[in-house]
Structures are given as C-alpha cells and as structure tokens.
Design a protein around this ligand. Structure first.
Ligand code: TRP
Ligand code: ZN
Length: 451
C-alpha cells in the first residue's frame, strides 16, 4: 500500500464517470511496463507445486488481494509465466488475455473504487527467466536440483502474476509443494512442514510489506541451520556444494545483526538468514529477511551488504527506480562502516582511495542520483553513492550523520521514500543547508571536489 494510493482511495477517482481499465504500467521511466494502475495490492497468497528438475514444471494458484483506486472495468497484472488456465475475481470467472508481459483481467462486473477484491490466477507450465541485455538473466532460474528466484528489477512476473513495481508493497504467504527429498525456502517466517504422499509442502510467511522483486523461493537440497539473535530467528539454507560456508554464513549474519542495530536502528523484520544456491549467478540479492547468494560462498563484505539492504532498500523501499542509490550507496557504505569498526581501515581511507581515481572512471560516471536505466547497477551507483554518504558525514559530523540514518529507517520503516525526502530529512536533522552537497555528489556530471 502506498501513501499516494491511500489518498487516491479517499479521493475516489475524480472525473471518472464510468469504470475504465487500470493503466498498464505505473509510468516509471526506468522500467517500462512494470507495475499497473487502478489498484493497490495488500497480499499475495502463493500456492505453487514444483514437479522436479526433469520437467521443471510448476502448477500454481495465486490469489492477489487488492484495493481498487478507481472504478475498474478491467485491470492488468504483470505476468510472463507459463500458460494461464483460469482467472476469477471474487470467486467469479473472469475473462483474461495476454499482451506481452501484461495479463489483462476483465471481471464479470466493474469493481468500485475503494473496494477490496481478490483475483485468483491458476497457471501451469515451465517458468523461464528474463534474458535481457541490460540486466542479465533474472527471475525464476533453474538450478541443478530445483530452481531459485532473484528478480531485481522486474523479474517477479516470471513466476507470479504481480503488480511488479517496488512502489506497491504487500505481504506474502507461500505454500510450496516439492517432490519428497527436496526442500523449499522462501522469505519470512517458516511455518509447518506438511508431508504428502510423494511430496512435501513448505509454508513461509512474509508478514511485513515487501516489494515484489524481493520475493524469493529456493527449491532443492539444502543444509538448514537455525539460531537466534536478540529474539530474531536466523534461518540459513546452503546448497550441499557450499556446505563448507554454512557456519560462516550463519555466524557472520548473526554478528552483522548485533553490530547494525545500534547504528541503523532496530532490525526491521521478524526473521533473518540467508540462502546459498548453486546457479552461478555471480551476484547476491537482498531478498527480504533471507538474502540469496548465487553460486558462491559469500564473504563478510557480501553478507554485510545484503543485510544492510534489509534496512536500506527493503524496509525503506524505493518509490521509483531512479533512486536506486538509496539502496546500493547505503549498502556499500555499510561495508565501509563494517571495515571501519575493526579500527584497521576507515571509511575516510576508503573514500580517499576512490577519490584519487580520475573523473572519467565508471565509479564517478554517470552521476548516481540519475544514472539512467542502463546504469542502474553500475559502479557509480554503488561507489559514488557511498561516497555521497561519506561526504554528508564529513559535513555534518558523526553525531548528526548517524542520527540521520536512524531517523531515515524510523520514519520510512516498511514504506517507500525518495532522494528529495532523504535530502530534506538530512537538512532537518543536521540543521544545515545541504542542497549543494547533494547536487555535487548525486547529480553533477563532474567528479566532486573535496577539501
Ligand atoms: N541488488 C543486488 C545487490 O547489489 C544486485 C542486483 C542487481 C541483482 N540486479 C540484480 C541481483 C538482479 C539479482 C538479480 O545486492
Ligand atoms: Zn546491493
């Protein structure tokens, strides 16, 4: 649920005399086609049965609970998954058609603005990842013994009918049925394990609002470990090929949680953990409550980065993809702070080392506050984004800087926010004018000077 959507519900939809179709996307210029207009999702219930590696097939029933933000004659869900076999709205069969990544649903009668309605989509077949020149291969991805999902930025539609934009967070329930001998691990809190005949059903529940790109499931063989940090259950699942890293993943995740709470504010979720699975993705994703490490044993830096995203990116989420530095710059700066905590290195030293590089380097270009869609995950978003935070810290001092971080995670907890909101908050908490500083670090084409 977004604030804008809440306002839209209260206001009704001015001027819309008769029900009309919801928009086919939310108009985010960075990812065309992503998200939809006319409704706001509160919850996804995902019942999915996976047949095994031989076929790679799934059979799924997903129920989307949403509130209409206009009188709707029809609406879209984003869906690039396999064949849709049935769609119903509030229990009544609904007409449906596919147009590119859009699943167009026409309910038997219009839905009034403000009403909560349930859409159930059944589908079956073999999901495929998105293969895209800009962002690589992502979404539902087959593994040696199952499949795993890493969807940033718009891959959730490879396996779910979804409002695929981070501006519309929702809670999720997962009921994942797998052949006996395999496991399913997902976001959030584990529920009961239900043995069937030849299958086992694993339940997971994400009770905090979550962006769709952070939804994950990992199916396969895993070594699962459980511990607890300050009352937060920590559940890790490691593919047997990476067994040797299982203990380190658990202990580093736990140490990071203890270290971060006083700095960033209380950990925002009910559980924590991590997943190491075999596809050689070569990257990690901060999947909510349980980051995914794709095909490698993560070192401390990776774990600290993905865990930092739980505060920066997951709890405080993006309202628009342009602000991606709010995720990646902050998570990178968390790595610098982690190195600083030992006293052997310092954020200042790391900052200076980077700053010595030439202005034409990809760590400086494009400017991280408006990187363009093609460079959303480029070096400058991570490195110059982190440098922007360090420049802020140098300007306002440690006391105000860490107060800014904690105010940010407190005020936008479980919601979304934008760069202008961060600048305004930093000015308010520090009592200083900071527009020029952020202009130089986030938006200027040229490498910022330092004193
Ligand atoms: N957000 C990830 C990180 O830095 C990186 C990433 C970008 C990613 N695009 C992705 C991961 C697609 C998985 C899939 O931690
Ligand atoms: Zn990251």
């Amino acid at each position: 649920m977004s604030a804008a959507a809440a306002v839209a519900i209260l206001a009704g939809s001015p001027g819309a005399a008769s029900p009309s179709p919801g928009a086919a996307d939310v108009g985010d210029p960075y990812i065309k086609g992503a998200g939809n207009g006319g409704y706001d999702v509160a919850h996804y219930d995902v019942a999915l049965a996976y047949a095994g590696v031989k076929t790679g097939a799934v059979e799924a029933t997903v129920t989307v609970t949403a509130a209409a933000t206009q009188d709707l004659s029809a609406f879209d869900l984003d869906f690039r998954g396999p064949e849709v076999t049935a769609v119903s709205v509030d229990g009544r069969p609904a007409r449906h058609g596919r147009a590119g990544q859009e699943l167009v649903v026409t309910p038997s009668e219009p839905i009034r603005a403000g009403r909560t309605f349930q859409t159930t989509v059944r589908y079956a077949g073999r999901p495929q990842p998105v293969r895209n020149g800009t962002f690589g291969t992502y979404g539902w991805t087959p593994s040696k013994d199952g499949a795993v999902v890493a969807s940033e930025p718009d891959g959730a539609s490879t396996w779910l009918p979804v409002n695929d934009h981070p501006g519309d967070k929702a809670t999720y329930a997962f009921h994942i049925t797998v052949p006996k001998g395999l496991r399913a691990v997902a976001n959030g809190r584990p529920g009961p394990v239900r043995p069937g005949g030849a299958t086992t059903t694993y339940e997971w529940a994400e009770g905090a609002p979550m962006a769709s790109y952070l939804a994950t499931v990992a199916i396969g063989r895993f070594e699962v470990r459980r511990t607890e940090v300050d009352g937060v259950p920590v559940v890790t699942a490691v593919d047997p090929a990476f067994r040797a890293s299982a203990k380190r993943l658990e202990s580093t995740t736990a140490r990071m949680l203890r270290w971060a709470a006083p700095i960033f504010g209380p950990y925002p979720f009910a559980t924590a953990g991590g997943i190491v699975d075999d596809p050689k993705l070569g990257y990690a994703l901060e999947t909510q409550e349980r980051p995914l490490y794709g095909g490698f044993a993560p070192d401390e830096g990776f774990i600290v980065h993905e865990m930092a995203h739980q505060w920066f990116g997951n709890s405080v989420g993006l309202a628009r993809w342009q602000d991606i530095w709010l995720n990646e710059g902050f998570a990178t700066y968390a790595e610098w702070l982690w190195r600083e905590r030992t006293g052997r290195d310092s954020a200042e030293k790391i900052f200076k080392r980077y700053h010595a590089q030439p202005g034409g380097s990809p760590i400086f270009r494009p400017p991280p506050g408006a990187p363009g869609a093609g460079k959303m995950f480029g070096f400058s978003v991570y490195i110059r984004g982190a440098m922007a935070l360090h420049a802020l810290r140098k300007r306002v001092g440690d006391k105000a800087f860490f107060a800014v971080l904690r105010a940010w995670t407190a005020e936008h907890r479980h919601s979304t926010a934008t760069t202008p909101q961060f600048v305004a908050l930093a000015e308010r908490v520090s009592g200083q004018r900071l527009t020029a500083l952020f202009q130089a670090w986030l938006y200027a084409e040229t490498k910022p000077r330092i004193r």
